[in-house]
Design a protein around this ligand. Sequence first.
Ligand SMILES: NC(=O)NCCC[C@H](N)C(=O)O
Length: 410
Amino acid sequence: MKPIHVFSEIGKLKKVLLHRPGEEVENLTPDLLERLLFDDIPYLKIAQEEHDAFAKILQDNGVEVVYIEKLTAETLDLSDDIKNNFIDEFLFESKIHSDNMKKSLKEYLLSMDTQAMVNKMIAGIRKTELAGYKRTTLVDVVNDFYPFITEPMPNILFTRDTFASIGNGVSFNHMYTNVRQRETLFCDYVFKYHPDFKDGNVPHWYDRDEDTYIEGGDQLVLNKETLAIGISERTESAAIEKLARKVFAHPENTFKTILAFDLPHQRSFMHLDTVFTQIDHDKFTIHAGIEGPLRIFKITSDPSSEYGLKITVESKDVQTVLSETLGRQIELIRCGNGDIIDGGREQWNDGANTLAIAPNEIIVYSRNHVTNELLANKGVKLHIMPSSELSRGRGGPRCMSMPLVREDLE
Ligand SMILES: NC(=O)NCCC[C@H](N)C(=O)O
């Protein structure tokens, strides 16, 4: 089996990548929430308990759970060179430019064991914790009010977004916001050097140094022939074209069609998986807000065209386009039963963001009880996880997980 094997959204989940929330959550302050893309400050202890419950559901159902922070530490422990280069790149991307500051930070980071160092990089380094921190550069003086030398990365919790497993390959994403850019450095090193991944001959469908942005919450693998990608606040059409050309050109490629959904560019529709996830061969959850007039583009390979792609605009509704493309009648189950209040509230709390661990078997947030009851009545097997604190980061079970291996569907 190759290290990455994901040809559907619903095949039995065998291995998944998570991040257990840590001290970065305690580095959120009201002034920083908007910049750091959180809507409130989770209570870390409870957030960790909720996350452990999530991991336990996965493990109890035969899924191997690996953590990005642990894989990164194992990777950096492989050699001093790898560790040194990682620190240098991290500091560069954290915009630490003065030589003095770089030197003191490097000494500080190297004084810790590798796991503690990785956790600290994710948590952010406060000005108060660096002994002898002095304002030396113009940047330091200008930013005097800012409490961090390196910024916290609370969104690394959402492992779905930084890279996406597609078939046997990976899309290393260029994130839309600067604050999420450094997250992709961690998986970049893991895939380059970690023994579980480096020799796997994993094709890259996209690279983090591309100049157009794309995020994993917008990248769905509907089956071995079909991808769905959101054109959203976080993913631009130019990035989808680049990815499409790479995927279609690969000698072992199985994907023939990419459906691109043109979403409203606003936070409540942040990614395609914020409004739409697959539950079973013929069932999806959906936010009623995207069922209506929505442009959907069908992208296929066309070697005779100048850009190598054929684009057609589908003028039908989501249900019809999906039914025709997947070759079966599709049922869309509305978040909050489509009610303007229940649907609005539960979609905001990721009621439409479910993680399938097998066909017709999904992990959902407890707080979305209207949607959950509807799903249970439709015969969907639910694994319900606690969700008071984790939901404050605006991501659900699908956002908090990146499948590495799924069994193929029959
Ligand atoms: N796939 C997803 O929808 N991920 C959720 C990301 C939430 C995070 N706070 C963000 O704004 O990027």
